[in-house]
Design a protein around this ligand. Structure first.
Ligand code: HEM
Length: 180
C-alpha cells in the first residue's frame, strides 16, 4: 500500500513536466473578416497570408507586453519573436531572437535586422492587441522561414499588467502547433 501511494505521488508530480513539454494541437477557425483564428486559454490569435507576408493580430488579457514566437528548437531558443507593448497609447514593438533556452535579444543587437513591415497596437479594458505584418521569409539569420506548407510551433506569452518592457518574465505562456 505504501509503495502504491509513493508510485501515485510520483506519477502525479510528473504530470506538469510532461504537459509543459508538449504543444497543444489546435483547429483554426475561419473568421468573417478573412482571418483564420484560434483562441487558446485567454489569448486570441488571428492571421492572414498576404503575398509573401503574414498578417497577425494577437490579443491578451494584460496591460503589459504581449509576444508571439515561432519555431523554437527547445524552450525559447532559436525562436523568432515579435514582442510589443502599448505605453501611453504608443506601440513599442521589436523583432527578437531566442538567444538561449530562457533568453532573447533584439535581432538588431545580434547583427540582424528588425523585420516588421507594419504594426499597430492598442490597449482597452485591460487587454492589449498587437497587429503586425512580417515577411514569411525575411532572409535574416535571426528569423525563421514561415513556410505556409509546413506546420509551425507557435509560442504565446504575456507579461504582468503594467510590464511595459522587454525584460519582465511572462505571467503566462503557452505553445501550439499550427499550419498557416
Ligand atoms: C520577457 C522576457 C522573458 C523572460 C525573462 C523569460 C524567462 C523564461 C524562463 C526563466 C523560463 C523557464 C521557467 C518557466 O518555464 O517559466 C521560460 C520559459 C518559457 N518561455 Fe520565456 N521568458 C521571456 C519571454 C518569453 C517570450 C516572449 C515567449 C514567447 C512568446 C516565451 C516563451 C516561453 C516558453 C514557451 C517557455 C517554456 C519552455 C518550455 O518549457 O518548453 N518567453 N522563460
Amino acid at each position: 500500500m505504501r509503495n502504491l501511494i509513493i508510485y501515485v505521488t510520483l506519477l502525479l508530480a510528473a504530470v506538469p513536466f510532461v504537459w509543459a513539454g508538449g504543444a497543444q494541437e489546435v483547429t483554426p477557425q475561419q473568421a468573417d473578416d478573412g482571418y483564420k483564428l484560434i483562441t487558446t486559454d485567454e489569448l486570441e490569435f488571428k492571421w492572414m497570408l498576404e503575398d509573401e507576408s503574414l498578417k497577425v493580430e494577437v490579443t491578451a488579457p494584460t496591460t503589459g507586453w504581449v509576444a508571439v514566437g515561432f519555431d523554437p528548437s527547445r524552450a525559447m531558443k532559436d525562436a523568432d519573436f515579435l514582442f510589443g507593448f502599448v505605453k501611453d497609447g504608443e506601440l513599442n514593438i521589436s523583432d527578437h531572437f531566442g538567444s538561449g533556452a530562457f533568453s532573447h535579444e533584439a535581432d538588431t543587437e545580434l547583427g540582424g535586422t528588425d523585420d516588421i513591415i507594419s504594426a499597430s497596437g492598442k490597449e482597452a479594458d485591460g487587454s492589449t492587441t498587437l497587429e503586425f505584418t512580417i515577411p514569411l521569409n525575411s532572409g535574416d539569420e535571426y528569423d525563421v522561414d514561415l513556410n505556409p506548407e509546413q506546420e509551425h510551433t507557435v509560442l504565446f506569452a504575456y507579461g504582468p499588467d503594467g510590464a511595459d518592457d522587454f525584460s519582465t518574465k511572462h505571467s503566462f505562456r503557452t505553445k501550439v502547433n499550427l499550419q498557416f
